[in-house]
Design a binder for this molecule. Sequence first.
Ligand code: MG
Length: 418
Amino acid sequence: MSTDTFANPWQAREDIAITSVRAITTAPEGIALVVVRVDTNVPGLYGLGCATFTQRWKAVETFVNEHLARLLIGRYPGDIGDLTRLAAFTGYWRGGPVTNNAISGIDQALWDIAGKRAGMPVHELLGGKVRAAADTYLHASGRDAGEAIEHALALVEAGQRHVRLQVTTPGGGGYGAPSAPTEYPDAPYHNGWSARDYLRRTPALFEAARDKLPDNVELLHDVHSRLTPKEAVTLARSLEPYRLFFLEDVLAPEHWDRLPEVREASPVPIAVGELTTSLTDAVRLVKNGGVDFIRSHVSDIGGLTPARKIADLAELCGVRTAWHGPGDTSPIGAAANVALDVTSAAFGIQEGHVYSEPVHEVFPGTLRIQNGWLFPNETPGWGIDIDEAAAARYPAELSGHDAWAAGVRRPDGALEAP
Ligand code: MG
């Protein structure tokens, strides 16, 4: 790795400098997680940031190690704004998930260092709490409505107040529930997924759920970007009697300019944004009247620094936040979500993930959901470390997501948004 030092633009307040920047990839749950570690010349002072783009992790790893480390080594770690802008501007072309995840890794690692230097958790650096904890939702699914509702009931009994409900729809490429292949034996592609069948079956799931689940359980549903604007309105209207907390990702990013008309016609709140890959995309969603909840994947828009701007904009626009946070976010990224949640008046809900024990082994300090709530660590920085020897026991492989996405097709064989 090059150790070139680029010019310092001003005199640092203290004689602290970045000495190393490197990406660490590990897959304790079989999903590649990428974390950036930034070291300094102060013994024991380092930071960790989430750079997880699990589908293209090698590109992020190379970008951090080969392109960005040489820009940062020698620089003062307190200049977070300048260093993250430097990482973006030196590429000339900006945005996109590879660039933004790499920058997020650096951004969040620098916030971790700032917290450790101040002796404060990151949420205090952001202005302090406006709430004690973040309420979360978890995913329940099943091969039929009965199985999905049984799963949801188990989560409710464990303390969840919000549950995302998905049921198997025909085809191996159904989203969020077990697949049901070969439901179209006469079609060119037997494992196809049909929007029309999906629109017919989904309301029945929620009718059964409202019948069987306690009335105060909040229900959510994720379309995963597969409908046209008219189909989205049809689904939203068919779900009106079941009082959804939100309906997620009704349209693909290519059609987000049609969201305002969908939201206008929808009787249920619309949540969109996990596929935003720039701060600009996220700003447009908040400002154009197309969303009730903005739910960007924080590392995909460049990290905590840009996400704070979205949270502030959402507060001023009457939009709520629901940051993306399933298993393809590292525990550092999950902690960054919670730091935003507890410091923002715009908070709506937090997508949760119950990390398995190998993740806790690799990342000591990983947050645990308690009765549906996520509390931030009160230790300096993120309060989360990485055990690199443990991380090495769970090597990452090229993502199985490619194989899944390649199978998401209509019965006629045409590729569908995964
Ligand atoms: Mg989603």
